[in-house]
Design a protein around this ligand. Sequence first.
Ligand SMILES: NC(=O)c1ccc[n+]([C@@H]2O[C@H](COP(=O)([O-])OP(=O)(O)OC[C@H]3O[C@@H](n4cnc5c(N)ncnc54)[C@H](O)[C@@H]3O)[C@@H](O)[C@H]2O)c1
Length: 253
Amino acid sequence: MTGQRLAGKRVLVTAAAQGIGRASAIAMAREGATVFATDVNTDLLGTLPEEAGGSVEAFALDARDDASVKTEVARAEPDVLFNCAGFVHHGSVLDATDEEIDFAMDLNLRSMVRTIRAALPGMLERGGGSIINMSSAVGSVIGAPNRFVYGMTKAAVVGLTKSVAVDYITEGIRCNCICPGTVESPSWHARVKALGEKLGNYDEAMAQFVARQPMGRVASPEEIAALVVYLASDESAFTTGHTHIIDGGWSGQ
Ligand SMILES: NC(=O)c1ccc[n+]([C@@H]2O[C@H](COP(=O)([O-])OP(=O)(O)OC[C@H]3O[C@@H](n4cnc5c(N)ncnc54)[C@H](O)[C@@H]3O)[C@@H](O)[C@H]2O)c1
């Protein structure tokens, strides 16, 4: 699939080395955007420009590092900011350590504050921009077992999104978030493997993850990337401040 739906747009993606971030960076490059693909995993990131084709600059950026986010995001001058970085902790409120909570608050939520602070002044100067934040179906839409830290931080992403959207709605800035169900990605495979080890049965673990999804399958990262392209493009010009649920009917039953 190639097109020009994002021609002329400069896009910055965090966590672009694998999973949804990578698929989205590729999809946006193929729609004519100039893509700044960032991650901490520079080895994987290095293979992205060739796979994507088009205009892609891939470089190391730790979404938890305030100074480099300030410099690098401002340098990229993005019209579209896709905040994709996030981590899934396992466990309940009684299992969660303070370190896990601090880490997730910083990576899943505060990193978005950092990148938005760095990107927004330029967007305002240029009179427009689209900010897309990665939330999850797990959080504000539904609760899932053993996702306390994750659900708490992903729900907060919804509040962050609505707040930014309403403050800049008259200045051409749109801010939306995405709430996917279960998506096939390297970290998801690691979660299935970990559960498999706990249960002593990998197939049973896979069956449990797939059973959450009423379609009987999980999503591909490309299916989520299609929504990212839409929210990045002017096709969604009348859409802001919303949670876009893409969960295979998980929450719709
Ligand atoms: N996979 C799912 O089922 C699912 C569902 C809903 C939401 N999400 C969210 O989508 C996002 C991407 O998840 P995924 O499963 O597609 O990918 P993933 O978890 O497999 O990969 C995450 C990427 O983030 C990068 N990263 C980690 N720390 C970073 C940092 N400090 N700065 C920059 N990059 C960093 C990693 O190097 C890696 O490339 C996450 O926010 C996740 O919570 C995933």
